[in-house]
Ligand binder design. Structure first.
Ligand code: NDP
Ligand code: MG
Length: 387
């Protein structure tokens, strides 16, 4: 039996992971499940999967979680330290699907105990890619991508020589506003931004798809995951979301990964790797689909893409600043304190201000340093938004 833990179990990726695991209960022993506010879902799944421990990130919800788990034999715990403790419990495979930089510490703790980390939490790679990869190497663990584009690139690279790669193209649906006239973007509301044309995902990543901050994070994630020269990474708008990524080789061949927009493919691939097992995803009828279309990704419409290139050029802790500023700007947009286009301005100004403080960005990528610049970037972004 494989021992598995799922961090962010109550979210969109977490629920899709549970869907796959629950189809084959004999194959898995569930160690830890974590959630945030949704303790009802967390307790229900922990009972159903007979987890050893259920952890809510919110300490105030511990009494409710305990009450919901009474008589189940499942332990209950709460808070950020409890998440790390749970990630330290031996498990063979750990899903990292918390949203935001909060996913980094439990992911690192899971790698430290030698687990294979299935990484949906792209923020870990953006904030601390070298630390994540080095922790995996040091403890004999592995990191497998769950983000659909990165799973696609990973699959296209199986058996290939990285030196023969000429370009890596990750696709983007373009999100909710891809066809809106630019002038209208100023009026965009959080509700409108949270309507994804193809994927059913959490609210935050869906809004990040409309602003392309999601794609910006993914460009950085691509660089960190595959150690690829940023100059070789391209973004292509593909409204149908059927091709997830393409890898171009020096002989001119392009290997595309094609599949329906269903995260259970990438999750299932990471769950069964290196085997391929049958997965409950739709099979495409290409004749019925008829055509795939593509457009260039416009940096005037989506300035986040330009910022991602600047972040990769700066290197060091710039990714952690970028992500933290983006998280605060996104909070403010969701709360209607700033407009849709203001998010990129706030992130850019935060990057400029924090970068101007000498030595900060160039400090080593340790968990403490990431934590410190993350905090500074949040305070700076909040200060910028006060004006
Ligand atoms: P959701 O918002 O649906 O779920 C997020 C999960 O994290 C929930 O379990 C939530 O708990 C928990 N959570 C929220 N805040 C905290 C916190 N501060 N500390 C600990 N736990 C917390 O997100 P998604 O599932 O959409 O995304 C999860 C990750 O996967 C993100 O990094 C995202 O970018 C990435 N990803 C998602 C894809 C998708 O299809 N959804 C595709 C590719 C990548 P609760 O809900 O109980 O409050
Ligand atoms: Mg993705």
């Amino acid at each position: 039996m494989r021992r598995v833990s799922i961090f962010g179990a109550t979210g969109s990726i977490g629920q899709n992971t549970i869907d796959l695991i629950a189809r084959d209960p004999e194959a898995y022993r569930v160690v830890a499940l974590s959630g945030g506010k949704n303790v009802a879902q967390l307790a229900e799944d922990a009972r159903k999967l007979r987890a050893e421990i259920a952890v809510t990130a919110d300490a105030a919800l511990l009494p409710e979680l305990r009450a919901r788990l009474t008589g189940s034999g499942v332990e209950a715990a709460a808070g950020a330290d409890a998440l790390i403790e749970a990630a330290r419990r031996p498990a063979d495979w750990v899903m990292s699907a918390i949203v935001g930089a909060a996913g980094l510490p439990p992911g690192l703790a899971a790698l430290e105990q030698g687990a294979t980390l299935a990484l949906a939490n792209k923020e870990s790679m953006v904030c601390a890619g070298p630390l994540v990869m080095q922790t995996a190497r040091a403890h004999g663990g592995a990191v497998l991508p769950v983000d659909s584009e990165h799973s696609a690139v990973f699959q296209a690279l199986i058996g290939e020589d990285l030196g023969a790669v000429e370009r890596v193209i990750i696709t983007a649906s373009g999100g909710a506003f891809r066809d809106w006239p630019l002038e209208k973007l100023a009026e965009a509301t959080p509700e409108q931004a949270a309507q994804h044309p193809n994927w059913d995902m959490g609210q935050r990543i869906t809004i990040d798809s409309a602003s392309m901050f999601n794609k910006a994070l993914e460009v950085i994630e691509t660089k960190e995951f595959f150690d690829i020269d940023p100059a070789l990474i391209e973004v292509l708008v593909h409204p149908e979301s059927m091709i997830h990524a393409l890898v171009g080789f020096r002989d001119g061949a392009l290997m595309a990964h094609v599949g329906p927009p269903d995260m259970r493919h990438a999750i299932g691939f990471a769950l069964h790797y290196p085997e391929r097992k049958t997965l409950p995803v739709a099979r495409l009828d290409l004749a019925k689909l008829g055509q795939f279309t593509f457009r260039a990704a416009c940096e005037t419409r989506w300035p986040a893409l330009r910022l991602a290139r600047e972040v990769m050029q700066t290197g060091g802790l710039a990714g952690a600043v970028f992500n933290a500023a983006k998280e605060r700007a996104l909070d403010a947009f969701i709360d209607r304190r700033i407009g849709f286009q203001r998010m990129a301005e706030v992130v850019e100004e935060t990057l400029n201000r924090v970068s101007a403080q000498s030595g900060l960005i160039a400090a080593g990528i340790t968990l403490d340093n990431v934590h410190n610049v993350d905090h500074l970037a949040r305070v700076t972004a909040d200060d910028i938004m006060k004006k």
